[in-house]
Design a protein around this ligand. Structure first.
Ligand SMILES: NC(=O)C1=CN([C@@H]2O[C@H](COP(=O)(O)OP(=O)(O)OC[C@H]3O[C@@H](n4cnc5c(N)ncnc54)[C@H](O)[C@@H]3O)[C@@H](O)[C@H]2O)[C@@H](O)CC1
Ligand SMILES: Nc1ncnc2c1ncn2[C@@H]1O[C@H](COP(=O)(O)OP(=O)(O)O)[C@@H](O)[C@H]1O
Length: 305
């Protein structure tokens, strides 16, 4: 089974989506990202996602993590606001209302499925009650791959509440099995089928990343580098895309721009550090170079025509 795939967007279209701040903005108006991430086993994933989010422009990044991860997250960056995830209440209305105070939530980076009940409860309650855009990543994708997850995803779609999934190949296989999708699909067809089954925008990650929307459109992002094939780079990507959602981009635009920025940051890191030595910890520091690569008029390379 094959589906038509649109090519990577040109630089000019991506650059037009960059959410540079207005002169009279404030930290809340710029976008408030709630990052429900970081178990006792994987506190680093919350730190990596928060690095991506803050560098990608979120005005306020708030991490809700396991109690045992709090010290690690608080010590990672002074600008991060870190709270115990028992204080996460997805049904509470946001301060300032939606228009003046745009919000998004990323859930699942560093969720440890062995933690079972606690993380499953966080995901299911967030699917049910969180009205603003929601990105599900990492260990939460394994929890979503269940009859309850499928039902809550369908209920979100029926209410028009945006959902975005960022699986790697292993996580996509679990999501497909839970939705009884035949396994013999190529990556673009799998992304499209998952988008339909979960009523979500899907960025199926890999050497090429396929972004499928809920109407059956699929586009590829093929600017990456094998330097990105290291633990934790996906957590940084989730934070970047979450920050773009919080700044008002639609799920498909946030995925397209976020994946392109992540890939450009990987290439800039590779140029400085070599493909061997790049780590996920480096990526956020190369996001400024990625922004410049997309935004500069001189960046009209093969992707920019
Ligand atoms: N520093 C940290 O704290 C890190 C935490 N992480 C977290 O660790 C948790 C588990 O994530 P993992 O991805 O390690 O484990 P998973 O168990 O979710 O997935 C890995 C399994 O999927 C299979 N697989 C198939 N196709 C794959 C593909 N294209 N890419 C990767 N794996 C593929 C692998 O063979 C492996 O068996 C997540 O919550 C994640 O966010 C990881 O992101 C690594 C870094
Ligand atoms: N060979 C490759 N070429 C380009 N990009 C890659 C390659 N391998 C992995 N990536 C990218 O690296 C990231 C890995 O994400 P993921 O598998 O979720 O890692 P983790 O769970 O460790 O954070 C994805 O954005 C993926 O597209």
């Amino acid at each position: 089974m094959t589906v038509p795939v649109a090519p990577s967007r040109p630089n000019a279209s991506l650059a037009a989506l960059l959410p540079f701040p207005a002169a009279d903005t404030n930290k809340y108006r710029r976008g408030h990202l709630s990052l429900v991430a970081g178990s006792a086993a994987y506190p680093g994933a919350a730190c990596l996602a928060a690095d991506g989010a803050t560098r990608a422009g979120a005005g306020y990044t708030e991490v809700f993590c396991a109690g045992k991860a709090l010290l690690t997250v608080r010590g990672h960056r002074p600008s991060l606001v870190a709270r115990d995830w028992r204080a996460w209440h997805p049904g509470r209305p946001s301060r300032g209302g939606n228009g003046d105070h745009p919000r998004a939530c990323v859930i699942g980076c560093g969720f440890d499925t062995a933690e079972g009940g606690a993380t499953a409860g966080l995901l299911m309650e967030t699917l049910r009650a969180w009205e603003a855009p929601l990105l599900v990543d990492g260990g939460a994708l394994g929890l979503l791959a269940s009859p309850t997850g499928l039902r809550l995803a369908a209920e979100r779609a029926a209410k028009g509440r945006p959902l975005l999934l960022t699986p790697h190949g292993g996580e996509a296989a679990r999501l497909a099995a839970a939705a009884s999708l035949a396994p013999d699909r190529d990556a673009p067809a799998l992304a499209a089928a998952l988008a339909r089954a979960y009523g979500a925008t899907v960025a199926l990650k890999g050497p090429r990343t396929y972004i499928a929307d809920t109407r059956g459109n699929v586009e590829v992002m093929d600017r990456g580098t094998a330097a990105l094939a290291k633990a934790g780079t996906g957590d940084v990507l989730a934070g970047i895309i979450g920050a773009l959602l919080a700044q008002g981009l639609s799920p498909v635009d946030a995925a397209a721009l976020g994946c392109a920025l992540h890939a450009e940051a990987g290439r800039a890191a590779e140029a400085a550090l070599s493909a061997l030595c790049v780590t996920a910890d480096d990526l956020a520091d190369f996001l400024p170079a990625a922004v410049r690569a997309l935004a500069a008029p001189a960046a009209a390379d093969a992707h920019g025509q």
